[in-house]
Design a protein around this ligand. Structure first.
Ligand code: CU
Length: 178
């Protein structure tokens, strides 16, 4: 009898519906800025909800851009710069916020403009090759993110990030953001 119960338990665990509940992490509140003029870059912000085990984000893709990179902002002396990061750890059961002034998914080589109200797919990939695809919504140019998760952000960060996003292509600026 015990063996039969074990068998049933293993069978239930293998059902696709339950497997979906075992995603390595989930994503909520994903949004992007609208395109500004002929901008060749964009940024996606989101909340990553850690799963039952720690995972490491190692890359991103989206159909709307040729390239997507994990980025963060860092103070370099008195100057706020952004740079690519190789990976971002998502602790089990914890939330990691991608928000203006901090982590973001940077898009390069836009294949289309992003208009307010549009939605597009983005995929985050872990170091182990697991993928989670979600939809990001294009918000208004003044949107700064959902209230939760924004508490650690100062207005100065926001302003710096907006300045940066108005550059046609920040990579052409040699990393100098202001
Ligand atoms: Cu960036």
């Amino acid at each position: 009898m015990r063996r039969l119960l074990l068998f049933i338990a293993l069978f239930l665990l293998s059902l696709p519906g339950l497997a979906a509940a075992q995603e390595p992490f989930s994503v909520s509140d994903a949004w992007a800025r609208p395109s500004m003029g002929a901008a060749q870059s964009g940024a996606v912000f989101l909340t990553v909800n850690g799963g039952s085990q720690e995972v490491t984000l190692a890359g991103a893709q989206t159909p709307v851009a040729e390239r997507a990179e994990l980025h963060t902002h860092q103070m370099d002396g008195a100057v706020m710069r952004m740079r690519q990061v190789e990976s971002i750890d998502i602790p089990a059961g914890k939330q990691v916020f991608f928000a203006p002034g901090g982590y973001h998914i940077m898009l390069f080589g836009m294949k289309q403009t992003l208009e307010q109200g549009e939605r597009f797919e983005v995929t985050l990939e872990t170091g182990g090759g697991e993928r989670v695809t979600f939809e990001a919504e294009v918000k208004s140019a003044s949107y700064m993110g959902p209230q939760n998760g924004q508490g650690h952000m100062g207005n100065q960060d926001h302003m710096m990030d907006r300045d940066h996003m108005m550059d046609r292509d920040h990579m052409m600026q040699g990393g100098q953001q202001n």
